[in-house]
Ligand binder design. Structure first.
Ligand code: ZN
Length: 431
């Protein structure tokens, strides 16, 4: 029985069901209350790709096999704020990275404009709180750039993106860039690495601190992480990263890193992708990698031969078909990672960073969309987490970090009102 039907049942019957409950597919009245009284924040969804490449309207209800985020599902899951990912695929957008980022930013604004009664652009922690106050709760829409190459090596563009509303940036995506090394290619000898954060990268972190843009360390190589932690004046976030102690992939964070984020006052928002949560899934993924890549290449070649463009929607469809061949792990694996981060970093340093609409359906069983977020609350309650602790995980921690980042920015503005004149990654004088 879905939680929707459950909540519509008379009180007596729902209580009977509460006691009979054996798994977190059923949401108890208590869990529902805890969940609905929280400001739920997800720090990473790739939905803007769908807005731009598939003409997807967030007001449309689509099956979970097509998308993880829409306004109806957000309401069902009491999602309060979504950080929409401004993800710039580096190869297809070479030389026009900022342009692609601008297209994606535009798409988020356009969606908010189409649905003013349900969705509102947000630029601060207070904006999120405001969007969730009053009678008509709206989805607060925020933006985070995924991949520091989007600023094309120009601090001025970083500032422009901040002015357009971007409130975090991952220093790298899966590719090493002029800001620092990425975990995605750190073992590739063909890639020229920098031994962590570059001198330009250090300037980028400093300017992000000054602007009030959260420094996001998801995707970076370990050395880049440690360098960023050493130079940042504000708490960092990992917008979508899981725990390496449980699933050994370079993209996940070691326990030492989790502790360092805690010391820094930041937050690690756990990624829902099954490949980062479960070894069996990961192995199955590795085993099919070659064939999957060949299938994608065949599609690209075919489109090229026909003189047609290669779009994200079709590309994603192929990946989705391949991932569907792998059995999904249970929801428990996601909760294990949240629990691990909560235990190692502390309850004040863990949150949610789903990666919805970016993982082609490769999600734990039962976690099909933002409508399923209450299942996390139920599972945490089942593990003995208090209502206060659950509220922290669901969004309270991110709000605290966001406010602190804003406070540090204010302080730095007082020290240095204007940004550095022009810092370009290619200018040796700046290094
Ligand atoms: Zn990512």
């Amino acid at each position: 029985m879905s939680w929707k039907k459950l909540s519509a049942l008379p009180v007596l019957l729902t209580c009977v069901l509460c006691f009979a409950q054996t798994n977190s597919d059923q949401i108890s009245e208590k869990a529902r209350h805890i969940h609905d009284s929280a400001i739920v924040i997800d720090t990473h969804a790739d939905t803007p790709q769908r807005f731009v490449d598939e003409n997807f309207d967030i007001g449309n209800i689509t099956p979970v096999t097509e998308g993880n985020v829409d306004l109806e599902k957000a309401k069902a899951g009491n999602l309060g704020a979504e950080f929409f990912s401004i993800w710039v695929e580096p190869h297809a957008n070479k030389g026009r990275e900022a342009h692609r980022a601008m297209d994606l930013i535009d798409s988020v604004y356009e969606q908010a404009q189409r649905h003013p009664d349900q969705m509102v652009m947000a630029y601060s922690a207070e904006d999120i709180v405001r969007a969730r106050s009053g009678k008509q709760k709206k989805l607060a829409a925020l933006m985070g750039i995924e991949g520091g190459h989007a600023i094309e090596g120009d601090i001025r563009l970083l500032r422009d993106f901040y002015r357009l509303g971007v409130r975090y940036m991952t220093l790298t995506w899966s590719n090493t860039n002029d800001i620092g090394d990425s975990s995605g290619d750190i073992n590739d000898p063909k890639v020229e690495h920098h031994d962590g954060l570059t001198p330009f990268g250090k300037q980028v972190v400093a300017e992000m601190n000054r602007l009030g843009m959260m420094v996001d360390i998801s995707h970076v190589a370990d050395k880049t992480f440690w360098d960023a932690i050493a130079v940042t004046r504000a708490p960092v976030i990992a917008s979508h990263s899981s725990a390496r102690a449980l699933t050994d992939v370079p993209r996940n964070m070691t326990d030492d890193m989790l502790r360092a984020v805690a010391k820094n006052g930041g937050v690690v928002d756990v990624n829902f992708f099954a490949g980062f949560l479960n070894d069996d899934y990961r192995k199955a993924l590795d085993a099919q990698e070659k064939d999957q890549r060949a299938a994608v290449q065949a599609y690209i070649d075919q489109r090229k031969a026909e003189g047609l463009p290669v779009d994200y929607g079709n590309y994603e469809k192929i990946q989705r078909e391949w991932l569907a061949k792998i059995p999904r792990p249970p929801l428990k694996v996601l909760i294990d990672h949240i629990d691990h981060v909560a235990k190692v970093a502390g309850i004040d340093h863990v949150g949610l960073g789903s990666d919805f609409d970016g993982v082609s359906g490769g999600l734990p069983a039962g976690m099909d969309s933002v409508a399923d977020l209450p299942k996390i609350t139920q599972a945490l309650l089942d593990r003995g987490y208090s209502a206060d602790d659950i509220h922290k995980i669901l969004g309270g921690n991110l709000l605290r970090v966001f406010r602190e980042v804003e406070r540090v920015a204010k302080q730095m503005h007082a020290e240095q009102p204007a940004g550095a004149p022009s810092m370009k990654s290619s200018a040796p004088a700046q290094h």
